[in-house]
Design a protein around this ligand. Structure first.
Ligand code: ZN
Length: 329
């Protein structure tokens, strides 16, 4: 078996939303992320696929959504990513609480977790999200997008995902195979079902943590739930080696699928969470220049020929824009 390059961490997280405009308004304006790609679900071209990320769409920063309006509200449960957490600079949670008050976003009390301060809240579809204060180094690989939120408070990619699992052990073995290391266990707190939260850490600075909470509490897919979590396998060789390794554990990964901005392998892990392995390239600037990311509906490959028909089947959405700011001089 080929040597495995440990994953640097989370590549992206993909979730299910309801109304596309409400989803866009919250993630772009309220949370201040950049819309880096406006596209369609490649398996269901009547549905949008929105990608919200840092200023450059770097790996480890993109939160993506399928707004499936016809689905109903989901329920977080075992076999799902139960929460997605983002990094924000130390000392910025006062700003975020004020912003949430201003925008009418409900949030829970802050909690301390593994020595870090966490602010839990939900997006308009009920998706559980958290902001975690961390020290952002000068050479951080993420680039803040500052259209709606100033740099000193801006979200800087993923902090972690939390998995709710009926039988954590085999999933923990899988995470070790993928190159994550167990870093600690502590008493769970807040609205979590298990007694203990166990944390695994990957090698990279962004999206490096996977937390595990044991529970048999049932859930169902729908608005406000996570569809899958993708991990970074930068090159095709990295991905192929990782694919072989998870297959040898008895899992059934797909063949590589071209997702246009990255190439992907999918598999359900032992407890039913859908995992993806995603390459770094070619990236979101492959078909749009950096300063125009998200500016138009991008239809990859064969879908461009059906643009008129596809556009007619999509709800119109408006991307929020900050008011034109006058130049200083
Ligand atoms: Zn994905």
């Amino acid at each position: 078996m080929a040597d495995i390059t440990p994953t640097a961490g989370i590549h992206h997280v993909t979730c299910i939303a309801g109304d596309p405009q409400r989803n866009m308004d919250f993630w772009v304006e309220t949370l201040g992320l950049r819309l880096v790609k406006r596209s369609i679900n490649q398996d269901d071209p009547s549905t949008y696929h929105f990608f919200f990320a840092d200023a450059e769409g770097n790996p480890g920063t993109s939160m993506t959504f399928f707004p499936w309006e016809n689905l109903s509200r989901g329920k977080v449960g075992s076999g799902q990513v139960s929460r997605t957490a983002f990094r924000v600079p130390e000392g910025s949670l006062d700003y975020w609480e004020d912003r949430f008050d201003e925008y009418g976003v409900e949030y829970d009390d802050r909690v301390e977790r593994f020595g870090e301060t966490v602010l839990p809240f939900e997006d308009p579809d009920g998706l559980p999200v958290e902001l975690v204060e961390v020290e952002i180094p000068d050479d951080d690989p993420t680039v803040p997008w500052t259209e709606f939120v100033p740099e000193e408070y801006a979200i800087r990619g993923f902090h972690s995902v939390t998995l709710w699992l009926a039988d954590p052990q085999r999933t923990e073995d899988l995470l070790r195979t993928m190159g994550l290391e167990e870093v600690g266990t502590e008493q769970a707190q807040g609205d979590t079902p298990g007694d203990e939260r166990t944390r695994f850490a990957a090698a990279g600075p962004v999206g490096r943590y996977v937390d595990i909470l044991p529970t048999i509490q049932g859930g169902r897919e729908g608005h406000g739930t996570v569809h899958h979590v993708a991990f970074q396998t930068p090159t095709d060789e990295d991905q192929s080696a990782m694919r072989e390794a998870v297959q040898s554990m008895g899992l059934r990964p797909t063949a590589q699928i071209d997702r246009h901005w990255f190439r992907s392998v999918y598999f359900r892990e032992f407890n039913g969470v859908l995992f993806e392995l995603a390459t770094s390239g070619p990236g979101y600037t492959d078909d749009e220049p950096l300063d125009e990311l998200g500016g138009r509906l991008v239809l990859p490959g064969k879908f461009e020929a059906r643009r008129e028909q596809i556009e007619a089947g999509l709800t119109d959405v408006t991307v929020p824009r900050a008011e034109q700011v006058e130049a200083d001089d």
